[in-house]
Design a protein around this ligand. Structure first.
Ligand SMILES: CC(C)(COP(=O)(O)OP(=O)(O)OC[C@H]1O[C@@H](n2cnc3c(N)ncnc32)[C@H](O)[C@@H]1OP(=O)(O)O)[C@@H](O)C(=O)NCCC(=O)NCCS
Length: 356
């Protein structure tokens, strides 16, 4: 659980020297609909969040911060915190169980868990989920693309289905982030929460994923990392973030990738029924959707109650949108995420997750 690279000063200095200007044009891998290939869509969604709540008032008692500061800068009122012993695999298994029940399936061909806070280095968290779900034999593996992990996993799932390598994929985003936090570092400890969301991705006759874009810039790895505080090697290993630089780059890249994926899908802003963005900061969501021309009424927001749950945030928000009928079959949904790596991506899809 302790990436050597993040602790190695040579590695970190090298990154700082080679960091390109944030406004450098980005490269993105793309994919639109191949009419001959099988289309992939959602068959069911589910989520699990721990009962424990960490409110802004709780944080006021722990560190020099205030409810007003957190709310104004981030939009967060509270976040969920797993009690000791509740791990990413346990939360992920429960979210996966609920997604499979919603999809009406008793098995899948592959389990992918997007996480950066898995139970251990080995075995993968996906294998622990598989054991918990009693799905012995099903292919299972993790991916780590931090807050973009769920979208990376969705792009991968879609390819598995299009090629026939899988008929159904249980895709889970699960994070036990609060165990990676330094609760003396007020610039990060107010942001993150725990939880898990899941979807069953499968072949669909109509709708589903229309276009995808994904990208990464390792040259900007220093923006968000796990390790000691920058320049303070004796501090504990924890999530660290250069907030302002991350904010600026997130707004730039998300606006670009979301515009591009909508263009790929042939959508204009008014065609989008719902945006489900990664829940990193309400101000980022507002800035990006304003630039896209989509009003906030068509943006799914739960950061006020969940905080930033990294790879879990999009599937948790989607499950809530489905459960509260904010999204229905046929709706045009835009997903977008930005996170450590740095990584980012967007997916345009026509919703198929409502039971017939
Ligand atoms: C983290 C974030 C909320 C900080 O907001 P910000 O407006 O950029 O604030 P800054 O970091 O510039 O800090 C401003 C001041 O508030 C202080 N501050 C930081 N955290 C604070 C807190 N929890 N409570 C009170 N004050 C705080 C800083 O020390 C600084 O004080 P100073 O001016 O005296 O030095 C914001 O930068 C952010 O959301 N970044 C992107 C997050 C993200 O997208 N993550 C993506 C993937 S995980």
């Amino acid at each position: 659980m302790d990436p050597e690279g993040a602790r190695n000063p040579v590695f970190r200095v090298g990154l700082l020297i080679s960091m390109p200007p944030l406004s450098a044009p980005s490269r993105q891998a793309t994919g639109t609909v191949d009419a001959a290939a099988r289309q992939a869509g959602f068959l069911g969604t589910g989520s699990f969040v721990p009962e424990g709540r960490l409110t802004n008032a709780d944080l006021e008692a722990m560190v020099d911060t205030s409810d007003a500061w957190i709310l104004e800068r981030t939009g967060i009122r509270e976040r969920r915190k797993a009690g000791s012993g509740l791990t990413a695999s346990m939360m992920g298994a429960e979210a996966g169980r609920r997604a499979m029940a919603a999809a009406g399936v008793s098995t899948v061909d592959a389990i992918i868990v997007a996480t950066c806070t898995g139970d251990s280095r080995i075995p993968s968290t996906a294998c622990l989920v598989q054991r918990s779900l009693g799905l012995d034999g099903v292919a299972a593996f993790d991916i780590n693309a931090a807050c973009s992990g769920f979208l990376y996993g969705l792009i991968l799932s879609r390819s598995l289905i299009a090629t026939g390598a899988a008929e159904t994929v249980l895709l889970i985003g699960s994070e036990a982030l609060t165990t990676y936090i330094d609760y003396t570092d007020r610039s990060t400890c107010v942001l993150f929460g725990d939880g898990a969301g899941a979807v069953v991705v499968g072949a669909v006759a109509a709708g589903g994923v229309r276009a995808v874009r994904w990208a990464a810039s390792g040259a900007n790895s220093d923006l968000i990392y796990y390790g000691p505080k920058d320049g303070e090697p004796d501090t504990m290993n924890a999530m660290r973030m250069a907030g302002k630089g991350t904010f600026r780059m997130a707004v730039e890249r998300l606006t670009e990738v979301a515009s591009d994926v909508c263009a790929d899908a042939g959508w204009r802003a008014e065609d989008i029924d719902l945006v489900v963005p990664h829940q990193a900061n309400l101000r980022i969501m507002e800035a990006v959707t304003k630039r896209l021309g989509v009003p906030m009424e068509r943006v799914m927001v739960n950061i006020d109650r969940m905080g930033n749950t990294s790879a879990a945030s999009i599937p948790v928000a989607m499950a809530e949108a489905a459960d509260t009928s904010r999204v229905r079959n046929g709706d045009r949904v835009l997903l977008m995420a930005f996170g450590s790596g740095v990584t980012w991506g967007a997916v345009a899809l026509e919703w198929t997750g409502q039971p017939a």
